[in-house]
Design a binder for this molecule. Sequence first.
Ligand code: SF4
Length: 370
Amino acid sequence: MQGKNPSGKRRRSALEAFDGCPARYHAVYNLGVEDKGDEANRGIAFHEIAARYVDRLAKAQTPMDRDELSLAVSEGIARAHCPTALLDEVVELTERWGTAFELDLDAYLMAEERQESARFTWIPDLVYVRPTHVEILDWKTFYRGYTDAQARKEFQARMYLLQALEIWPGFPEYWFTFVFVRLNYRVTIKVTPDEIETWRPQVEGILAGLEAAERSGEWPAIPGSHCGLCRLACPIVDNPARLPVRLLSVEERDRAAGEILAGEQRLKALKKALGSYVSKEGSFILNGQIFAQTPTETVTYPANEILEALKTAGADVSGITVSKTAIGKVLKTLAANVQAVLAKLATTKTGWRFGHKKAGADLDDGTDDE
Ligand code: SF4
């Protein structure tokens, strides 16, 4: 794959790859080294199907259609050359997404059509145009989503919105929606042209760095979170003296999980033993860290009285919230209709946190309990 298209315009994915790790960019985009794992093949197949389904809906002028979805699945799979082992999962993902998806026919502009601005080329998954804004939607098959803050920092959203501003100028707002099809979750960032412009230096800086690397021929490996998806031989990350930053096989995955389980148990035991030691012998300092028994305080207030006191003192109490845990016991004693009314007042923030639990138990859903 080349980092530029035949007319010399930079691909968004190439620029993003260079920003992550110049060595990886050089291997994939200059030397043509293939580095596609299951996640990439799954994503490619999903996008092939989604593009065909949206195109079929637009041509048939219908927001959703089960038969068109089935046809799109067959066509997309044939075109994507998806590994057989991934087929069931891809079909399940597209069925889940497709049976809930409704095309906004009034706002529909295009799906999976390559766009070219003055210097860049990019392919938006779906574009809607409404009187007040342009919205770009992007399908993700990840196992975790982005929070609003993470979505705002994503290079893809920034780059696409900068290009949207150039190609479709004049709208009061531009929206970028990440749709996490596996999680049935989406996050939309809504920004004004002025906010989008503040991202321009980042894109220009990456482009300048890439041009400098092309002149100097220097492509250093820079490890980071992107290493998790990189399978290339790497002199830095593969150095056995370093802590691991990526796992490339099921065996490596299981070894890492086993080490976490054993390590956590050992850590717990060590903390308990050290706590007892410090209780008897006193605190000590090691490597700049003090190990000590320190008093802790948990301060709580009666909700009714504290709110009354704050209001009487003229304080603004509109931003004060209570956690689900704090009112959980009281909520359970209320009638169902009252619980339903109170549930409508709740604010839910979605996030993702890595963790493990006894199999069969629900994993943490990532909801912050504030
Ligand atoms: S493993 Fe990380 S640092 Fe090494 S080449 Fe891949 S992305 Fe770069």
